[in-house]
Design a protein around this ligand. Sequence first.
Ligand SMILES: Nc1ncnc2c1ncn2[C@@H]1O[C@H](COP(=O)(O)OP(=O)(O)OP(=O)(O)O)[C@@H](O)[C@H]1O
Length: 257
Amino acid sequence: MSSLATSHLRKSLGRRRVPALDGLTFTATSRRIAVLGPNGAGKTTLFRVLATLADADEGSFSVAGQGVATPAEVEAYRRSLGVLPQSFSALGSYSCAEFLEYVCWLKKVPRSSVPENVARALRAVDLEDRRDDRVRTLSGGMRRRLGLAQTMLGDPDVILMDEPTAGLDPEQRDRFAGAFERAAETALVVFTTHISVDVVNLAQEVVVLSEGRLRFVGTVDELAARGPGPGAPVSSESVDAGYIAVLRGDRSDPGDG
Ligand SMILES: Nc1ncnc2c1ncn2[C@@H]1O[C@H](COP(=O)(O)OP(=O)(O)OP(=O)(O)O)[C@@H](O)[C@H]1O
């Protein structure tokens, strides 16, 4: 069964109507999907469409076999969604727990479940000891993990993240990966990235875009094999090499279209 499928998604932006998504069609079947592509490939635009922050001009998508088209479908989907945008900024004067309680309220989490939701989310991202500290006192990596924590409130079925590890140092990226693992235990996770280490550490399947079109969809192993060749161990080097080969169109891909 498909976990995420798009069909002929088109979205043009700005006065010059730049085609940020140009008939994008793919089917992914795993529960941890990385969307990879160079600057301007259309990753953020896809994220915004999947998060229902923007409407596609044409085309459709479905998640776990459920369409997201009619107002009732969109509403049900939004209720099942956790979202971490690239420009996430929490309310600095709130404590971590107060901020998460506020998001619970926005997400209409039943009042009796709020303490448990907040405690579970803080535990998952390793911020229990910062529970009562103000958000503005957290490091950049901690803030990013708090951003991940808020996606987990209300037990979402789907979590979407736009470049969640951008700007994190290797140690913080590692800690983020641990928190990501816990979030992905119960949700389908789709995230955009530029970073091949993220693909290796976080994803099962990769969608490569450029110029709003599909270049590749397949497992991390399959992408890595596009570089040095079949049997190459999966590493950030082999994923990078596979990614470059895919962008150059070195070998044809049955998923291209
Ligand atoms: N508001 C806008 N007006 C006009 N063009 C835009 C706008 N936002 C994005 N674009 C263009 O749409 C295309 C896709 O942009 P998008 O931000 O989705 O790419 P991206 O893959 O997320 O890039 P990056 O990795 O740099 O964040 C690019 O050519 C970009 O210049």
